[in-house]
Ligand binder design. Sequence first.
Ligand code: PLP
Length: 453
Amino acid sequence: MRVNVSSHDLKVLDHKHHLHPFTDHGALGVDERRVITRADGVWLWDSDGNRLLDGMAGLWCVNVGHGRQEIGEAVRAQMSELSYYNTFFKTTHPPVIELSEMIADLAPDHMNMVFYGGSGSDANDTIFRLVRYYWDLMGKPEKKTIIARKNAYHGSTVAGASLGGMGGMHEQGDLPISGIHHIAQPYWFGEGMQSGMSEDEFGIWAARELARAIDEIGEDKIGAFIAEPIQGAGGVIIPPTTYWPEVSRILEERDILFVSDEVICGFGRTGEWFGADTYGTKPDLMAIAKGMTSGYLPMGGVIVSDRVADVLHEKGGEFYHGYTYSGHPAACAAAIANLTIMKREKLVDSVRDQIGPYFRERWLGLGDHPMVGEARMKGLVGALELIPDKKDLMKRFGDVGKVGTIARDHSFANGLVMRAVRDSLIISPPLTITEEETDELIARAHKTLDDAW
Ligand code: PLP
């Protein structure tokens, strides 16, 4: 790291040379960017000396909080021993073996194998190919179509963005690629309320969209259904309680694979190890990343059920797929140290029984603010829907997205990192957040709403 470079000069260099992800570069002024220089626990510091509460755990990933020395030490020790080796061509190494056993132990009982990559996006690319390979091996190569949901986020690669249901992403690059069909999302506040159905009825209706799509396309042509337990980047869409039981019932009757995208929901975010545990679903494949290493090093992967793994073993043949960094030893060491902390500190239990309920109660209290139409939260992930008029929840502010961005900027100014999605604010703090820090976060969020009002 360069020392003695002023904050402004850092921003100038960033402006000149760094293309940011998901950024409108034409609109990003030099001094508008924020240079994060240090982090500890739930706190961040920027190059202008501001201290910010990280209400997004980085990008929904720093589950054990920032600055854990023991993860850094585990990575350093691993790098001295074996900094890189691949897992192709009959080779493997101790950290990938240890991590795989650890994840199999945490995953639902019927899921015992792990395939590795470097991100959530490439995990979903792996899934796209693995679903098709599975059905090829099963002698049903025509089962190619994957059903996904509108407004879902499954990553930025070509397959990930295609599986995702975000219109803006599809417009760039002529996506989705063929063989993907999108159905309705179970978004009660944004879509269900206007339908005249109760929330429970809407949940059943949205679930049955899956059955309708399968019947329309033909079960013999459908390979899989992919969904996030809670849609994260789409705006923390917590489904009505009727949704997942009905989806599970439909899936039980049909011969298609179920893919749970656990990139955000996995590793404790919803109060169980996986969102599938929280909602009682039975995935055949799970995409994982983020909380797997708490973001200390890049890593993603796919947890594979016995149903799929047994076919790969029994039918043989090579799955022509893998990444140079599949099972990278240093990333494995980071993941092992991270999961060891999570288990030792019982973070998942805490999200379910202690800090989760405490945070939820405080967060839902923000729902009384005149600007909030709905405050929702599950585990430690939540949203505030911003509305102009409490008497008319369906009325929105003018241009969609504008109020969210304004509120998000107020939040930054108040020393709290929240994210804007359309007209809502999103929260997803480190799972280690304390009650005192929660109170501080809520006070800053409240001030943010007052300032934006
Ligand atoms: N799937 C889900 C549910 C996600 O939320 C994300 C990222 O936010 C991804 C996939 C893509 O992960 P990555 O950004 O690591 O490629």
